[in-house]
Design a protein around this ligand. Sequence first.
Ligand SMILES: NC(=O)c1ccc[n+]([C@@H]2O[C@H](COP(=O)([O-])OP(=O)(O)OC[C@H]3O[C@@H](n4cnc5c(N)ncnc54)[C@H](O)[C@@H]3O)[C@@H](O)[C@H]2O)c1
Length: 267
Amino acid sequence: MRILLTGASGHIGSVLTARLHDEHSIRGVDLRPPEGSVREAIGSDFIVGDCADPALAARAVEGVEAVVHLAGIATETDLPAILNTHVETTAALLDAMVNHRVNRMVYASSNHAVGMTPRCELLGIGVPPRPDTFYGVGKVAAEGLLSLYADRHGISSVAMRIGSFLEQPQTRRGLSTWLSYDDCTRMVRASLTADIEGVATIYGISNNTDAWWDLMPGRALGYHPQDDAATFASEIPPRPEDDIEGARVGGPLATSAFRLPPFGEAR
Ligand SMILES: NC(=O)c1ccc[n+]([C@@H]2O[C@H](COP(=O)([O-])OP(=O)(O)OC[C@H]3O[C@@H](n4cnc5c(N)ncnc54)[C@H](O)[C@@H]3O)[C@@H](O)[C@H]2O)c1
């Protein structure tokens, strides 16, 4: 399949390009030029620029069969920047997809879309949006766009609410929220080809023994994670902040100690 990978120079993007380029033909787009393994995997089919720019989005989407949208500031920042980086990029790409008849978006959403939800035994995907930050608000709004473009234009999407994408888990919370490199690749691979109508929302975590979030929606799409954060449990010493970080889905970003940037900071 010919795919567009936005945010290809980033952490997740570089892992995915290295692992998917043998089976898919990948075009990359990013604000930053590709380096090392990404440049080797993608070659010259790379566009440096802002995918919130409709003209760039149109050029990037032309000729592909699916879009894996990872581009965006992967942490909290001021609201105007969040709206640009998560909402405007998603809208520009979806619009370009309508014009070029591209029917599948695989979107890197986040657990922070529901981050203020109190932790429970096993969180399903039916809980209402409950963002913990402006970052989470951006992900909720981007998920809303997926729904709008599914209903208006028939674009099917997977909203992957990713937990903690790391080489290995680093905190006690990570024992529940970890997503390994290989499982992320499995999830995107399944999401590209799954039979979906509308928007499928899934939690992007590995097959963790201590998982807080339900993997069934992902399994229904053919995502069968193989790794388990419990393998690393003995290497992760307890910390005083573990309890408070484990109280809500969003962990440290959902605590009262985490301060939002003032709304007007960037103006
Ligand atoms: N890493 C995680 O654990 C995690 C968890 C949940 C969700 N996510 C989401 O996954 C996506 C990728 O995360 P990551 O960890 O690889 O982040 P990253 O910061 O390593 O990579 C993001 C890339 O997007 C690019 N980018 C940002 N805005 C852009 C724009 N307007 N146009 C083009 N390129 C742009 C950046 O230059 C960067 O290379 C993000 O949307 C993030 O919110 C990540």
